[in-house]
Design a protein around this ligand. Structure first.
Ligand code: PLP
Length: 380
């Protein structure tokens, strides 16, 4: 017997960390063999299973024989198709239902041995980036009337936009290195903007924490809210799995880039357990600036979900020349962090076959000044 998860009430919430082992087991086996036990509609036993199923996007749970059920029977992919008429009742609904984001073969970089597929995150409506997912996950769970965070651009724009659609206010702290578009977009969105004389977004956090306590706004905290990883478990990672199965891909690797580590932590769980694929996570080489990215040693809450051998160093020049290769062969203008992920993947391409997925967090159209500053050095 199956019961809709949304009708059940758990005795208490378990953290993401308390459910990681259960999530890995579910993804590795593709099924559960256990039932939840209920007292009325309260989950009396099986809290790990309940929270793991919720976090991977299942819709139902087994509550009576047969307890053995596949993830498909539990509805794991059921919400991953947009309405066929493509009419949406709000901008927020566009974000939540216009899924999955496209997976497109980069023909110019594919060969008979290895096909390369780009997951284009600029199809998310607010920041035109992967960070819409994190911002929605945090903003929808927040009760406060004002939300604030430090951001290199995309997350701040997404948070401000989603705050507007929820009738909340936003204040965004940007480092001086933030892309020009972020200031313009935030001012259009009516957010309060504070520009700090710092290179790295994380360097703003002490001031932000102090001001959020003093002035009473909620620190959204993309760097340590586990809702960040949860957004990508239910979003980016689950979609790649769904798309790979639906299109019959044999995914041998998933490559992405590291900022907060939110999306790659979730992708790593799926890639290793469910897809049996390699994880390739790009970080900027020492001293290099690639927008949206930073190095693991600058402190990342979810770095422990990645293995040291999965982390690949990429220079800004390598990232930019990958951006140019895609533009010249396939006509898509991807952002620098997508270029970094692709450069990391290409470095290991000789060891791979089948299908490889590269996550492209945003498009290159936001990065005119970055391309102008570094393009010549990268030969573009
Ligand atoms: N690429 C871009 C353009 C970003 O804006 C970000 C994060 O802000 C990332 C990559 C890194 O993503 P994550 O924070 O999930 O590690």
């Amino acid at each position: 017997m199956l019961a809709p998860l949304e009708r059940l009430r758990p005795k208490r919430e378990l953290s993401l960390w308390e459910t990681i082992a259960e999530i890995e087991a579910l993804l590795a086996e593709g099924r559960t063999r256990r039932c939840l036990s209920l007292e009325g509609e309260e989950v009396a036993a099986g809290l790990e299973l309940y929270w793991a199923l919720r976090r991977i996007g299942a819709k139902r749970a087994p509550v009576g024989e047969p307890c053995e059920r596949s993830l498909e029977e539990l509805g794991i992919y059921e919400d991953l198709s947009p309405p066929s008429h493509r009419v949406f009742s709000s901008a927020l609904e566009l974000l939540q239902r216009n899924l999955p984001t496209p997976l497109v073969m980069l023909r110019g970089l594919s060969s008979d041995r290895l096909r390369v597929w780009a997951k284009l995150e600029w199809f998310n409506p607010f920041s035109l980036s992967i960070k819409d997912r994190t911002a929605a996950s945090i903003a929808l769970a927040a009760g406060a009337a004002e939300l604030g965070d430090a951001s290199s651009g995309n997350f701040g724009v997404a948070l401000a936009a989603i705050a507007n659609s929820l009738g909340k206010r936003a204040r965004i702290y940007l480092p001086r290195t933030a892309e020009e578009y972020a200031r313009a977009a935030l001012s259009l969105l009516g957010a309060k903007v504070v520009v700090e004389d710092k290179d790295l977004t994380v360097e703003i956090l002490p001031r932000l924490r102090e001001e959020s306590l003093r002035e009473g706004f909620l620190h959204a905290d993309q760097f340590s809210s586990d809702l960040n990883v949860e957004a990508h478990l239910k979003g980016t990672a689950r979609e790649i799995d769904f798309q790979a199965r639906a299109a019959g891909l044999r995914v041998s690797a998933v490559a992405g880039s590291l900022g907060t580590s939110g999306h790659m932590a979730a992708v790593a769980l799926y890639a290793r357990s469910r897809l049996r694929a390699r994880v390739i996570a790009a970080q900027p080489a020492t001293g290099e600036r690639i927008p949206g990215m930073r190095r693991v040693e600058s402190g990342m809450r979810w770095a422990s979900l990645l293995r040291p051998e999965e982390i690949v160093e990429v220079s800004a020049k390598e990232a930019l020349s990958a951006v140019a290769r895609v533009a010249r062969r396939d006509g898509l203008i991807i952002g620098p962090s997508g270029g970094a992920a692709l450069a990391a993947l290409e470095r290991l391409a000789g060891e791979l076959e089948g299908d490889a997925v590269v996550i492209v967090p945003d498009s290159g159209h936001k990065y005119a000044s970055y391309f102008r500053a570094l393009g010549a050095a990268a030969g573009i």
